[in-house]
Design a protein around this ligand. Structure first.
Ligand code: HEC
Length: 304
C-alpha cells in the first residue's frame, strides 16, 4: 500500500514537471509568434506597406520585393524577399559550393582520434543534433552554444580548443549542419526551467538594447530595419537568422561561424563584441535560436 502511494505521488510530481516545462517557454512562444506575424505582415506586400514599414525605400526597390513571404522562407535572410538577390543566390547555389572541401574536412575531424583515443564522435555520438543548440545545461545552469560544446569536448579530452570563428570549428559545424539537413531536422531549442527562462530573457534584452554613440540595437537593423538598406546592403529578419550557419561569405572568402558574423555586426555598431564563449554571447544566441524554432536547418550556406 505504502509503495503504491509512493509510486502515485512520483507520478504526480513528474506530471507537474511536464506542465511546467512548457510554461517556462510561455513568454518565448508569445515572442516567437509575434515576431513571425510582424515579418509576415511586413513582407506580405512591400509596395502596399511602404508608408507603414518602408518609408525610406524607393518605389523601384519595393517593386523588386517578393510578395507573400512566409515564415519558413526567412531562413535565406535578405534573399527571401528581394527578387533579384534571390535569383542571383539561386544561380550561385546551382554550382559547386565553395564550402564543400571544408564540410568534407569536418567529417574527418568528427572521427579523428584525440591523443587519449576518444574523438568528437565520443561527445556527439549522434551527428544530427546541431538543431538543439544552444542548449540549457541543467547541471551548469547555463546556456551552452554549439561552439562552446565543441570546445568543451576538446578540452575535456586534453586537446587544445579551436578558434571560435573559422577554420576547424567552422568545418566541423558545417559537417554537423549537413548531417542535420540530411536528417530533415528543424530548430528545436528548449526552455526547460526557470533559470533557462531567465537566460532567454537576458539574451532578448541584449538583442533589443541600444548601444554606443549610434544608440543602435540588433533589433534596430534586424527587426524594424529588416528590408531596409544600410551601406547598400539589405538587412535580414531576426527570424531565420541562425538556421543556416556556418556561412561561406564571399566577402570573407572563408566558412565562418555565427559568432564570426555577429561580432562583425557588433563591431560595425561601434562596440566591442562579447567573447564568443561569454554568457552574453551564448544567451543572445539562445534567444535568437528560439526565435527560429521550428524552421528547417539549412546549413552551411552562402552569403555575399
Ligand atoms: C547597423 C545595422 C546593423 C546592426 C545594428 C546589426 N546588424 Fe547584423 N547585419 C547587418 C547587415 C547590413 C547584415 C548583412 C545583410 C544581412 O542581414 O544578411 C547583417 C547580417 C547579420 C547576420 C547574418 C544574417 C544571415 O542571413 O546570414 C546576423 C546573424 C546578424 N547580422 C546578427 C546581428 C546581431 C546579433 C546584432 C546585434 C548584436 C546585429 N546583427 C546588429 C546590419 C546590422
Amino acid at each position: 500500500m505504502l509503495l503504491k502511494v509512493a509510486k502515485s505521488s512520483v507520478f504526480l510530481v513528474l506530471a507537474a514537471c511536464t506542465v511546467n516545462a512548457s510554461a517556462f517557454a510561455e513568454q518565448a512562444e508569445i515572442d516567437r509568434k509575434a515576431v513571425i506575424k510582424y515579418f509576415e505582415d511586413k513582407f506580405e506586400d512591400g509596395e502596399k506597406n511602404k508608408d507603414k514599414f518602408f518609408p525610406y525605400s524607393t518605389d523601384a526597390e519595393l517593386k523588386g520585393f517578393i510578395k507573400g513571404v512566409k515564415y519558413n522562407d526567412f531562413g535565406i535572410g535578405t534573399y527571401s524577399y528581394h527578387q533579384a538577390a534571390k535569383d542571383q543566390y539561386l544561380t550561385f547555389k546551382d554550382g559547386i559550393m565553395p564550402y564543400e572541401d571544408a564540410v568534407e574536412k569536418g567529417g574527418k575531424l568528427y572521427t579523428k582520434k584525440f591523443a587519449n583515443g576518444n574523438s568528437l564522435a565520443t561527445c556527439f555520438p549522434d551527428p544530427t543534433v546541431a538543431n538543439q543548440y544552444p542548449k540549457f545545461d541543467e547541471t551548469k545552469k547555463a546556456v551552452v552554444s554549439l561552439t562552446v560544446a565543441i570546445n568543451n569536448c576538446l578540452t575535456q579530452n586534453g586537446e587544445k580548443p579551436w578558434d571560435t570563428k573559422k577554420g576547424d570549428i567552422a568545418s566541423f559545424q558545417g559537417f554537423l549542419a549537413s548531417k542535420a539537413v540530411e536528417a530533415g531536422k528543424v530548430v528545436d531549442i528548449k526552455i526547460p526551467t526557470k533559470e533557462a527562462t531567465e537566460a532567454y530573457e537576458r539574451g532578448k534584452k541584449y538583442y533589443y538594447s541600444q548601444r554606443g554613440y549610434l544608440k543602435m540595437s540588433c533589433a534596430t537593423c534586424h527587426v524594424q530595419g529588416a528590408g531596409q538598406r544600410v551601406r547598400n546592403e539589405s538587412m535580414s529578419p531576426l527570424v531565420g537568422q541562425t538556421t543556416h550557419f556556418p556561412v561561406f561569405r564571399l566577402k570573407w572568402d572563408h566558412l565562418g561561424t555565427l559568432e564570426n558574423r555577429m561580432s562583425g555586426c557588433i563591431t560595425d555598431q561601434g562596440q566591442k563584441p562579447p567573447k564568443d564563449d561569454s554568457k552574453d554571447m551564448q544567451e543572445m544566441l539562445y534567444f535568437m535560436g528560439y526565435m527560429s524554432n521550428g524552421m528547417k536547418i539549412d546549413g552551411p550556406d552562402l552569403r555575399k
